[in-house]
Design a protein around this ligand. Structure first.
Ligand code: ACO
Length: 323
C-alpha cells in the first residue's frame, strides 16, 4: 500500500515581531487582556517585501533542505492560503516558478485556517493516486494585509508566516505501524458564514476586504467541531488518545486548545503550543507548530502525530500520521 510519508519540514517568519504591548498604541487593548483571553504574546508581521509567495518559497526551501532534496524532485505543490499574492494565477504556481520547477503541477487550496489539514489530505490522495512521487504541501499567509487595524476584536489575534512539508510516496504494509498519513477527516458547513468571513472579494465588491469575526460565536462551536473530526479519525483507526505521541492543533486560542485536549483526554505534555509566539497564522499555523516541535526535538521518527484545524466556512478537519 502506498503511504505519503513526511520527508522534510521547514518554516519561515517575517522579520518584524509585534508584541501585545505594541497594540496598546493602536487600539484600546492590553497585554493582560490578550494573554488571558488568547495566550498570544507576539506575532510576526510581513514587511513590504514579504508576501505569501516569498514566505511560502522560503518555507519550501527549508523543507527541501531538511529532506535533502532538490526542487526538481517535486511533482506536486499544494499551497493552502486565503491571502494569495494575486486573485490569479495561483500563488502555488508563482512559488513553483520561484523554485525553478517547470514540470508537474501546482495549485492553491482555500479552506482558511483548516487549509493545511485539507492540503495535506489532497496531496496524500494525489500521491496515492499515482499522480506524482513527491509533493510540497505549504501553508502560507499574510493575514496582516486583510485585518482591520482599527478593530481590537480581530487585529490582535492574527500573524503572518509559512510552513511546509515534503511528502513522499513510499511502500507501506497497510498497517497502523506504517510511517505516513494513516487517516484524515474533513468537514465543512456554510451555514455559519457570517460568523467568520472577509467582507470583500473579486465577484462581489471588487475589493480585497477585511476579516470580520464574531469571536465568541466561533469559540462556542470550535471545541465541538474539533473533537467531532478527531473522534472520526480515532474510530476509523481504532487508535485512542492514549496512543497519540503529539497533538498539533490549529493555533487560534490557548483556551480552545486546552479545552479540546481535555475533552479528548490528551495529556497536556503532548500538546504542541506556539500560539504565544505566532498568533493565529491561519493555514500556516499547523505546519509552523509542527516545524517548531521538530526543531525542539519533540516530534521524532515513528511518533504518532495528530493534526487538527477549524476555521472560516466553517471548515474543520483532522489528520493522523506517523512521523
Ligand atoms: N482588548 C480588550 N478588550 C477586548 C478586545 C481586545 N483586543 N477584544 C474584545 N474585547 C472586549 C469585548 O469588546 C468585550 O467587551 P464587552 O464585554 O464590554 O462587550 C469583552 O472584551 C469580551 O469579549 P468576548 O468576545 O466575549 O471575549 P472572548 O473571551 O470570547 O475572547 C476571542 C475573544 C479571543 C476572539 C475568542 O472568542 C476566540 O478566540 N474566538 C475564536 C477564534 C477562532 O478560533 N477563530 C477560528 C479560526 S480563525 C479563521 O478561520 C480565520
Amino acid at each position: 500500500m502506498i503511504r505519503s510519508v513526511v520527508r522534510g519540514i521547514g518554516s519561515a517568519l517575517p522579520r518584524r515581531i509585534m508584541t501585545n504591548k505594541d497594540f496598546e498604541a493602536l487600539v484600546d487593548t492590553s497585554d493582560e487582556w490578550i494573554v488571558q483571553r488568547t495566550g498570544i504574546r507576539q506575532r510576526h508581521i510581513a514587511g513590504d517585501d514579504e508576501t505569501t509567495a516569498s514566505l511560502g518559497e522560503a518555507a519550501a526551501r527549508a523543507a527541501l533542505d531538511h529532506a535533502g532534496l532538490q526542487p526538481d524532485d517535486i511533482d506536486v505543490i499544494v499551497l493552502a492560503t486565503s491571502t494569495p499574492n494575486n486573485t490569479f494565477p495561483a500563488t502555488a504556481v508563482e512559488i513553483q516558478n520561484r523554485l525553478g520547477i517547470h514540470h508537474g503541477f501546482a495549485f492553491d487550496l482555500q479552506a482558511v485556517c483548516s487549509g493545511f489539514v485539507y492540503a495535506i489530505t489532497m496531496a496524500d490522495l494525489h500521491l496515492r493516486g499515482g499522480l506524482g512521487k513527491r509533493a510540497l504541501v505549504i501553508g502560507s499567509e499574510t493575514f496582516s494585509r486583510i485585518l482591520d487595524w482599527t478593530d481590537r476584536t480581530t487585529c490582535v489575534l492574527f500573524g503572518d508566516g509559512a510552513g511546509a512539508v515534503v511528502l513522499e510516496a513510499a511502500e507501506g504494509e497497510g498497517s497502523l505501524s506504517d510511517r505516513g498519513i494513516l487517516a484524515s477527516a474533513l468537514r465543512s458547513d456554510g451555514a455559519q458564514k457570517d460568523k467568520l468571513y472577509v467582507d470583500g472579494g473579486p465577484s462581489t465588491t471588487g475589493t480585497v476586504g477585511h476579516l470580520r469575526m464574531q469571536g465568541r460565536e466561533v469559540f462556542k462551536h470550535a471545541v465541538g467541531m474539533i473533537t467531532d473530526v478527531i473522534e472520526d479519525v480515532f474510530s476509523r483507526t481504532n487508535i485512542t488518545s492514549d496512543e497519540i505521541d503529539w497533538f498539533v492543533p490549529h493555533q487560534a486560542n490557548k483556551r480552545i486548545i486546552d479545552a479540546s485536549a481535555k475533552k479528548l483526554g490528551i495529556a497536556e505534555e503532548k500538546v504542541v503550543v506556539t500560539v504565544d509566539l505566532h498568533g493565529n497564522t491561519s493555514a500556516a499555523s499547523v505546519p509552523l507548530a509542527l516545524a517548531h516541535a521538530v526543531r525542539e526535538g519533540k516530534i521524532k521518527r515513528g511518533d504518532l502525530v495528530l493534526l487538527e484545524a477549524m476555521g472560516g466556512g466553517f471548515t474543520w478537519g483532522a489528520v493522523l500520521l506517523r512521523w
